[in-house]
Ligand binder design. Structure first.
Ligand SMILES: [Zn+2]
Length: 163
């Protein structure tokens, strides 16, 4: 059987040989299956990010091209995840009570990314520590950001901790 010609993954630009189940083909070309899944996940995560900004700013104030470019820079050059970026925005808005400035897009994120991650990690740690119910309730109230219920659904805390 003739070997297939290698193709170039449209996401990571690596050359690879297709075998059954290791690739995905779209109108743009071929992708490693994992790269393709990552793109889909980023798309979903980006929607969550924009949902949050729409909630904070309103749709009219969102500079979509700017923010998409910022997301791309942060995820490719600064090694951040889209979920981590959203987590940072949630942290600044709900925990730090900062007012984000629409014309800056998400330029502030790199300055607080690590703090936000530490915050969510600590929150997660408190949650998993076995402490008497009444204490845990007190802690919960103290650190509870506004809109927690809604954001809890939007942000998957576990995946913020993966990096
Ligand atoms: Zn790839």
């Amino acid at each position: 059987m003739a070997q297939q010609k290698p193709v170039i993954c449209q996401h990571c630009r690596e050359k690879f040989v297709r075998v059954e189940g290791n690739f995905e083909k779209t109108s743009k070309g071929f992708y490693h299956i994992d790269c393709y899944k990552q793109i889909q996940k980023n798309k979903d995560d980006t929607e969550v990010l924009f949902d949050f900004l729409r909630e904070v700013w309103g749709d009219n104030f969102i500079n979509y091209p700017l923010i998409r470019k910022q997301i791309k820079d942060l995820t490719t050059r600064n090694n951040m995840t889209v979920q981590g970026i959203t987590g940072t925005l949630v942290y600044l808005t709900n925990v730090k009570k900062m007012r984000l400035i629409p014309k800056m897009g998400i330029a502030i994120v790199p300055y607080h990314y690590v703090n936000a991650r530490n915050y969510f990690e600590e929150k997660e740690r408190l949650k998993s520590t076995i402490i008497p119910d009444i204490v845990s309730k007190t802690v919960e109230v103290e650190i509870k950001p506004q809109q927690t219920n809604k954001m809890k659904n939007l942000i998957d805390l576990d995946s913020l901790l993966e990096e």
